[in-house]
Ligand binder design. Structure first.
Ligand SMILES: [Zn+2]
Length: 452
């Protein structure tokens, strides 16, 4: 048969090992993986010249679009940045507009399919007592993960958490949780305000690690009581790692993500970057950062994400004078893979299989993206060609965000893809965009924690 595309002379990196060979692609799917590419007949051929082929990365927590805040980011810029960084699927997270009914979901899908360079899935939320009745219908329409908060401004009551955990069992869905204890936060933020300080560091001090500990321990107790499925967003502390490890040992359906900024920075870095490193949860001490890296190595933490949530420069700059007024969020989707490739793989902290597990395989498994997450016949041909010896310094003006600033400015990073393929479509070749927007599709999620 005549294939659409073949990639020859490649080191094919999969979850189960690295093989030399060729990949054949037909109708957007991986059709064949063979040792000698000569046996494949295809309309188009790409010679990988001995470089790595990785499965496309998946960023499970990206605030790419909110109709009220398109000056911060939008589908066109956010997914263009993603694809240049090797992220072929983003999971859209609500920012402020709640994705809590089918009408707003349809709006997201329509805009997303018109404007995107990557595929995308969508998280619903924020679930509270007034919209929990819409969850079942959203699940029928392909939304299987629902964001909830244990704290303001989108806080759900404890009882809504219990009811949602029951629903996760019934509907094979997942709750994803921003876990900081509201009582501790209310107290600690009030104390921080009373000091009169407005410098960038006070933001990080105002939300203590114990707020995360209290919230996660309670959530895991609920999970143990009800059962069900839970994913913890952007964990930042050794307490969280320990609690999740214990939960997994007990057999709970729990998974967790960590953000690149929490892996690379401590709150001391906020002195240099000021409001550009304001985010929630905040930055922690070196000790917590080390616990997060250990959690990645031993499989307690399942995925690395970016919580991509840029603001405009104006929304950040006001924070030099008064940190309380600055937007809290950081850009990151374009540097996800390069950061993990450099600080994980190149530094021998994580293997290439670990990188694939953290950025592709586990995200697909947890969020029910059945045809994503690895390189094997039958899966979507979402493929990256990466020269492992090529490095480039991060410069904000080279990035593709709507607001091109980055706290990773100046880092020398490996892992930039020179070819990016989305369901068989070559989007980037020779590190240049060769396709137009609009090829990205909404991916309906299958059951949470499903196996590939
Ligand atoms: Zn977020």
């Amino acid at each position: 048969m005549l294939l659409d595309l073949k990639i020859v002379n490649a080191k094919i990196a999969t979850i189960s090992g690295i093989y030399e060979g060729a990949i054949g692609v037909s109708k957007g799917k991986i059709k064949a993986i063979v040792k000698n590419g000569d046996v494949l007949k295809a309309e188009k051929q790409i010679d990988a010249k001995g470089k790595l082929i990785l499965p496309g990365a998946i960023d499970v927590h990206a605030h790419i679009y909110d109709p009220k805040f398109v000056h911060r980011e939008d589908f066109e810029h956010g997914t263009l940045a993603a694809i240049f960084g090797g992220v072929t699927t983003v999971i859209i997270m609500p920012l402020d507009t709640h994705i809590d009914n089918v009408n707003i979901l349809k709006h997201y899908i329509e805009v997303g399919e018109r404007e995107s360079y990557t595929d995308f899935s969508i998280q619903g939320g924020f679930v509270k007592s007034d919209n929990i009745s819409n969850v079942e219908e959203l699940a029928k329409n392909g939304v299987k993960a629902f964001k909830m908060f244990t704290c303001k401004p989108y806080m759900a009551s404890d009882y809504v958490f219990i009811r949602m955990l029951e629903l996760t069992r019934k509907l094979d869905i997942l709750i994803t949780v921003h876990a900081e204890d509201e009582a501790i936060l209310e107290h600690s933020i009030r104390k921080a305000l009373e000091t009169g300080r407005k410098d960038p560091i006070i933001h990080h001090i105002s939300r203590p690690p114990l707020a995360e500990k209290a919230a996660i321990e309670k959530l895991l107790t609920y999970l143990e009581y009800i059962s069900g499925n839970m994913h913890l967003c952007h964990i930042t502390t050794s307490y969280a790692v320990k609690a999740i490890e214990e939960g997994k040992r007990k057999g709970l359906n729990i998974s967790a993500e960590v953000c690149t900024h929490h892996l690379l920075f401590t709150y001391n870095d906020a002195e240099k970057w000021g409001p550009y490193l304001k985010m929630n949860p905040p930055l922690r001490s070196r000790e917590h950062v080390e616990a997060l890296w250990k959690g990645l190595q031993n499989g307690v933490i399942d995925t690395v994400t970016t919580d991509h949530a840029p603001g405009s420069r104006d929304e950040k700059e006001v924070g030099w004078e008064d940190i309380w007024r600055a937007w809290g969020g950081v850009a990151g989707v374009e540097t996800l893979l390069p950061i993990m490739f450099t600080y994980g793989f190149k530094r021998n902290i994580l293997s290439l299989e670990d990188i694939i597990r953290l950025l592709s395989f586990n995200p697909a498994k947890i969020f029910g993206l059945q045809f994503k997450g690895d390189i094997k016949p039958g899966l979507d041909a979402d493929l990256l060609i990466v020269d492992p010896g090529f490095a480039k310094k991060v410069k904000a003006e080279d990035l593709h965000y709507k607001n091109p600033w980055t706290p990773y400015e100046g880092l020398n990073l490996y892992g930039w893809p020179e070819v990016v393929i989305l369901r068989g479509n070559v989007i980037i070749e020779n590190s240049e965009l060769i396709e137009v927007k609009g090829l990205g599709r909404f991916i309906k999620a299958a059951n949470a924690f499903s196996r590939i």
